[in-house]
Design a protein around this ligand. Structure first.
Ligand SMILES: Nc1ncnc2c1ncn2[C@@H]1O[C@H](COP(=O)(O)OP(=O)(O)OP(=O)(O)O)[C@@H](O)[C@H]1O
Ligand SMILES: [Mg+2]
Length: 261
């Protein structure tokens, strides 16, 4: 964990305030991620973890009322959602939505080619793309048939999460926010998440991982653990903070923080 002044950071968020449906949810969130860092974000239900991810991604319902966010040299908050993605930001949704009528492989290839165009890379044709997508899907334990179906339509809970990871693997962002990517996943799915996070980390992707589950948090070997409360980062620590929160609960967070210190 580093600060806004950290020149080595790829994502820098400073005193970010966000209102949802006219109510302030985030009051001043400050954090920074360096390339290849994995930072876990914990916090009680409703504390605003998803709000942070959605506001950074540019969801129009999450209104930024103060603060700054930079991705590399870019002023993230000045960009629309598409431009944020082009700049290298990726968000995996806590509840991935259905996109009826849009075939998954076409969706993925269109997204990838839009990014490749921005990066000055050649377009990938349908044949080469399918080879790459099949290989990644197999690695994630995602049935290949899902590539030919509408995005998330009729997918099981775990299949939706694995499909978010497929996007992460193919799009190769600079910064990824993974919002409860482990919820609803079976044992093999959680292993696939950990393997994917470590692979992305090795190639320099910075990741902010929202999770409630100590087992996965331990497996990720995070660089830092943060706790969000009352609209701010209330505590910053290492794996000891995650262990103490898992033991004590968020309602007893002050005891947990004392134990972790
Ligand atoms: N679209 C919305 N309309 C109204 N209120 C919202 C909306 N999105 C979020 N909120 C409210 O903002 C607060 C923060 O919600 P958020 O989803 O960010 O919490 P969270 O920390 O991700 O919780 P969880 O652990 O349950 O996923 C909650 O009180 C929630 O009800
Ligand atoms: Mg959430």
């Amino acid at each position: 964990m580093t600060t806004m002044q950290d020149d080595a950071a790829v994502l820098r968020v400073h005193e970010l305030a966000v209102a949802v449906a006219g109510r302030p949810v985030l009051q001043g969130v400050t954090l920074a991620l360096r390339p290849g860092q994995v930072v876990v974000l914990m916090g009680a239900n409703g504390s605003g973890k998803s709000t942070l991810g959605l506001a950074l991604a540019g969801h129009p319902h999450y209104r930024v009322t103060g603060g700054q966010a930079r991705l590399g040299d870019a002023d993230l908050l000045a960009l629309d959602a598409t431009a944020r993605s082009r700049a290298g930001l990726f968000l995996s949704f806590q509840s991935p939505p259905d996109i009826p009528g849009v075939r998954n492989n076409l969706f993925l290839r269109t997204a990838l080619n839009a990014l490749r165009q921005h990066r000055g890379q050649a377009q990938i044709d349908a044949y080469d793309f399918l080879g790459a997508a099949r290989a990644e899907a197999a690695r994630l334990g995602l049935p290949e048939a899902l590539l030919g179906r509408a995005v998330n339509e009729g997918y099981s809970g775990g299949e939706r999460k694995r499909n978010e990871l497929l996007q992460l693997a193919l799009l190769q962002p600079k910064v990824a926010v993974l919002d409860e990517i482990d919820s609803g996943l079976d044992v093999d799915g959680v292993r696939a998440v950990v393997a994917m996070v470590q692979a992305q980390r090795a190639r320099g992707t910075a990741m902010l991982v929202v999770s409630h589950y100590l087992h996965m948090i331990e497996s990720l070997e995070p660089d830092a653990v943060l706790r969000l409360d009352a609209g701010r980062i209330a505590d910053t620590g290492d794996i000891a903070l995650a262990r103490a929160l898992a033991r004590e609960g968020y309602r007893n967070a002050s005891a947990a923080v004392a134990q972790a210190a």
